[in-house]
Design a protein around this ligand. Structure first.
Ligand code: GLN
Length: 543
């Protein structure tokens, strides 16, 4: 039997600037190594003091991704899941806040035996403990640790120190990949490597030399640039990997493999480059590039103000894409600001041009009246409608108002004094809200759900028992279920032990697709395994 290898660790750090696709690069490294027969784990470490991403505004930080166990994490965990098809848990996500909270907890318990507790080395040591815990939990042969932010940031220092300490203890076990950006100023028309050189020098000052540099840029890195960068970090030029803009993010593992990155990386780590199996993925990337016919989807929401909606709704966008590709279409997604329908009701007619409408998750009252109008319009005009969490609550309110005679129906989240709280909090939440106990107290993570025979949901899933991930404080109010059912709304999914309504829908005879889920199906869609409800929605949109 072959000698058991000690686990390997790859740190992925960013240079020059953030938002150049470090998460997708880390996910793609995972994918490429996995395709060579290695068991991988992807971990994200974020520099903020928040204990998790649950309290961060999505327009600021991007989507809050929810793991099976209910961890509210950075959106990159979604990329990892979509690329490696592995399920994330709290073990795969570290923040500065978690690290400090644990060190302080231990200090209060006298676990430091009377010593003073120092930022160095106690904070890096706790970071290392968490990284190793992730490895153990996942039993990974290779653990890929992505650091948020970019080198040179003050808050990254304890994390870099943790990585340096691991490398010093175990030189054969720890490797560094710098994901850097090569700007190409229009005025010059050529790539510049200086900022990347600076990033390397910054890494050097933390006692780290990269083993690989991935160069993000509009175009492939030129041989000249590669040579310059390889000189700065004394690396063979094959260790400088080019990552130009690609047609879809799913092309990135393909682009890496075209440069033989997987094999070079394994060789650098002293591991065998086993035979590669990337067939499905290559076929997918090819299909994506060839798909030309469109399906037009409107997303009615409200987090469109600050940064790009691409980050805010990334799992929703990807789920639409996965389902559309599998049905031979390219999704053309348009952002529709819900508030404009409140200001001018005639604008709602713009929904006519869409093959399907989605109302995604969200919090707070702003825009909800516009969403309720959109849900009603989609129902009346037989436009396929898919409601995700908030979107399910919206369609339920809209149905109550327009079909069940509950004119002022609402959610207590949007109107605390509504006479008809068709959406309301559960008892245990009331106390939490009163005490402002907001962090990680929603209904979170995976719950089982039983589907009603012959419902659209049951037909889509092809089974009766499912499990999906949640993140919400409000639920359909059971006091209104009978009345809504009498009016024609079907509650086709139920969390039985909690007696909670998880899916509402209208029968096919009434509407081509009018369905909402209290859970977030978007967290479980994969490019090679699109989510059944998204497929059903896209089919209706095409049909
Ligand atoms: N705001 C709603 C709730 O808390 C919906 C949450 C969501 O869409 N994730 O129940």
């Amino acid at each position: 039997m072959a000698k058991k290898q000690r686990p390997k660790y790859i740190f992925v750090v960013g240079g020059v600037m953030s938002s150049v696709g470090k998460g997708v690069a880390a996910a793609s490294i995972g994918k490429v190594l996995q395709s060579r027969g290695y068991r991988v784990a992807n971990l994200k470490a974020d520099m903020y003091v928040n204990l998790d991403a649950g309290t961060i505004r999505p327009a600021e930080h991007g989507e809050v991704f929810v793991g099976e166990d209910g961890i509210e994490a950075d959106q990159d965990l979604g990329n990892y899941e979509r690329f490696t098809n592995q399920v994330s848990t709290a073990a795969d996500y570290i923040t500065t806040g978690q690290v400090y909270a644990e060190v302080i907890r231990r200090e209060r318990n006298l676990e430091y035996g009377g010593e003073d507790v120092e930022v160095y080395p106690d904070i890096p040591k706790e970071i290392i403990r968490r990284i190793e815990q992730c490895q153990k939990k996942n039993k990974s042969e290779i653990t890929i640790i992505e650091y948020g932010g970019t080198v040179g940031e003050y808050q990254l220092l304890p994390f870099l120190e943790a990585a340096r300490m691991m490398k010093a203890r175990n030189p054969e076990g720890v490797y560094f990949v710098l994901v850097s950006y090569l700007p190409m100023p229009a005025l010059l028309g050529e790539q510049k490597s200086k900022p990347t050189q600076q990033a390397i020098i910054n890494l050097h000052s933390a006692g780290i030399n990269p083993d690989f540099v991935i160069c993000r840029s509009e175009l492939p890195a030129t041989p000249d640039i590669k040579r310059t960068i390889s000189n700065v970090c004394s690396l063979p030029v094959e260790r400088i990997v080019s990552a130009p803009d690609v047609y879809s993010i799913y092309d990135i593992p393909v682009s890496f493999e075209n440069q033989n990155f997987g094999a070079t990386l394994l060789q650098a780590m002293g591991l065998k480059a086993k035979k590669r199996d990337l067939r499905d993925w290559l076929a997918l990337a090819d299909k994506i590039r060839k798909t030309k016919k469109q399906v037009k989807i409107g997303i009615v929401g409200k987090y469109f103000n600050l940064k790009s909606c691409k980050d805010t709704y990334i799992s929703v966008i990807e789920s639409i894409n996965h389902a559309a590709w599998s049905e031979g279409r390219r999704a053309n997604i348009v952002w529709l600001e819900a508030e404009k329908y409140e200001k001018d009701r005639r604008k709602i007619k713009e929904l006519d041009v869409f093959d399907g409408i989605i109302v995604p998750g969200g919090f707070g009252a702003r825009g909800t009246e516009g969403m309720i109008l959109a849900a009603n319009y989609a129902r009346l005009n037989k436009i396929p409608y898919f409601g995700l969490c908030l979107g399910m609550q919206i369609m339920t309110i809209s149905y109550a108002r327009n079909m069940a005679g509950l004119k002022r129906a609402n959610s207590t989240e949007f109107d605390a004094n509504t006479p008809h709280p068709v959406i309301a909090t559960m008892e245990d939440q009331v106390e939490k809200i009163k005490n402002k106990d907001y962090g990680a107290t929603m209904r979170l993570g995976a719950y089982p759900c039983v589907l009603k025979n012959r419902s659209i949901a049951a037909q889509a899933y092809g089974k009766k028992q499912i499990s999906e991930r949640h993140r919400h404080r409000y639920e359909v109010n059971n006091d209104y279920v009978e009345r809504l059912e009498k009016a024609g709304l079907v509650f086709s999914g139920k969390y039985q032990s909690g007696n909670l309504m998880e899916i509402s829908e209208l029968p096919k005879e009434v509407h081509p697709f009018y369905l909402g889920t209290q859970f977030h199906p978007e967290f479980k869609s994969r490019p090679l395994d699109p989510h059944p409800l998204f497929i059903e929605f896209i089919k209706a949109a095409i049909g």
